[in-house]
Write a protein that binds this ligand. Structure first.
Ligand code: TRP
Length: 455
């Protein structure tokens, strides 16, 4: 039988499989596309400092909390809250998460489609002999094309849907385990080329030398949103994956390992990109096109660039795929478990809705709906801002409050120590971060944005 029946739950096969799948969800376009351009837009090194603080003090505790809810609830995000606290409104946090999954997949699928176009161009030798300016107009022409980006996006959503229908073990775990390490290797090769370019030092300075005069409330909010986005937190992805984790897995260590891997890859992507950005005189705050201009430029300067570029865009597409799988899995596990429909039906219905929303997004990014604005944002910008910068941190806030104060201390401790079989020396630290540091941190960032509090 293909797929998983709604009542018999599939599990991850091995310990490394769990880490690979959660890291596969976390590592994606968020690290390689979004992190560099957010950092470029938000002034460089100072953004990185806030980002790292948020990952350590807020991201890791939220991830531990999500794993705890998922493995304890043994269900999708909404079902898990309902199981742990029946008859209470906590399941609404899960509802918010499922909503955010639709929104994120909509614009994420669009960028994922771009990676396929760039893979296609790599094969065709489409970057050959082009300077950064020409690569820039190549990018703009492509995203403003009324048809092409949509075709790739549709293809990508179909790919994701097929893997999700195949089920957790066969679909998700198998591929991630092999391909993630290869991605790291190729980023390392890019790093070496980038930092040895003449003029690379400026880029490293931009990345690692914090200029705190560039910091304001929006920059801080973006760093928090980016931490949630990159670690796949705040909307139940990790709750869902937590529900597939075996009873003997150490949730705390898994969360720490996944977060460290994700952060290292984001930093590596930064080290691959910014030296080249400065060496070639590319504008670091040019936004969404940043890596699509910079990376082909680096490959143009490299022996074997043709092959590396093919390999890179294959792996980037795969990294995006393991992330979209995790987004769709949240929605599918919810519909199939709570409404007792097959995974296949749930996947087909939800990906159709995502496609409609996603195509609107794509059209607003340069195509037909370019000038259609809501609150000053186009459809794309509105979905990206509302989901990443608002809904994820808000979801994360309620998740840590829930685990910290409402789930019951015994339940949480049992889950984090595997019923007392683990020593878990850091448990008190984890609980302190979950109960106090993380929620207060998120609240301060929000109050700072609304202007109720000024640092
Ligand atoms: N973290 C992924 C990335 O960095 C994107 C992603 C997958 C995600 N699942 C998520 C983001 C859940 C937020 C919430 O590319």
């Amino acid at each position: 039988m293909a797929g998983v029946s709604p009542n018999k739950r599939d599990n991850f096969g091995s310990k490394f499989g769990v880490i690979a799948a959660a890291a596969g969800s976390a590592v994606g376009l968020g690290n390689i596309w979004k992190f560099p351009y957010e950092l470029g837009n938000n002034g460089g090194g100072a953004f990185l400092v806030f980002y790292l603080i948020f990952v350590a003090m807020i991201g890791i505790p939220v991830m531990i909390a999500e794993f705890t809810i998922g493995r304890n609830g043994q269900k999708n995000p909404i079902g898990s809250f309902k199981f742990i606290k029946p008859g209470k409104p906590w399941f609404l946090v899960g509802v918010m998460g499922v909503g955010a999954a639709f929104m994120i997949f909509a614009f994420y699928g669009s960028v994922a489609g771009w990676t396929l176009e760039y893979l296609f161009q790599s094969f065709k030798g489409g970057f050959e002999g082009k300077n950064p300016d020409e690569l820039n107009s190549m990018f703009t022409t492509f995203v403003e094309d009324p048809i092409r980006p949509i075709v790739w996006q549709v293809l990508f959503v179909i790919l994701t849907t097929s893997v999700v229908i195949a089920g957790v073990k066969n679909g998700i775990e198998k591929y991630t385990k092999i391909l993630m390490p290869v991605l790291v290797v190729i980023i390392l090769i890019l790093v070496v080329r980038s930092v040895t370019l003449p003029g690379a030092g400026e880029g490293l300075k931009f990345l690692f030398k914090p200029d705190f005069s560039k910091i304001n409330a929006t920059v801080i909010l973006s760093a928090l949103g980016q931490a949630f986005f990159s670690l796949s937190l705040g909307m139940g992805t990790i709750i869902t994956y937590g529900s597939y984790i075996n009873r003997n897995n150490n949730l705390g260590t898994t969360a720490i390992q996944v977060s460290i891997a994700d952060t290292l890859i984001a930093i590596l992507a930064g080290v691959a990109i910014f030296p080249a950005v400065f060496a070639f005189g590319i504008n670091p705050s040019q936004g969404e096109g940043l890596i699509f201009v910079t990376i082909p430029t680096i490959f143009e300067q490299m022996p074997g660039g043709y092959f590396f570029s093919i390999l890179f865009f294959i792996l980037l597409a795969v990294a995006a795929l393991t992330s979209t799988i995790s987004l769709l899995e949240v929605i599918v596990s919810y519909f199939s478990e709570e409404y007792k429909i097959s995974r296949k039906k749930a996947a087909l219905i939800s990906s159709s809705i995502i496609l409609v929303l996603g195509i609107l997004c794509t059209m607003s990014n340069g195509g037909v709906l370019k000038d259609f604005k809501i609150f000053g944002y186009n459809i794309w910008g509105l979905l990206e801002f509302t989901s990443a910068d608002i809904l994820l941190p808000l979801g994360g806030f309620f998740i840590v409050i829930f685990v910290g104060f409402f789930m019951g201390k015994k339940r949480v401790t049992d889950e984090l120590t595997n019923n007392g079989t683990l020593k878990a020396k850091l448990l008190p630290v984890a609980l302190f971060l979950i109960r106090f540091v993380a929620p207060v941190g998120i609240a301060l960032v929000f109050l700072n944005v609304i202007g109720l509090l000024k640092f």
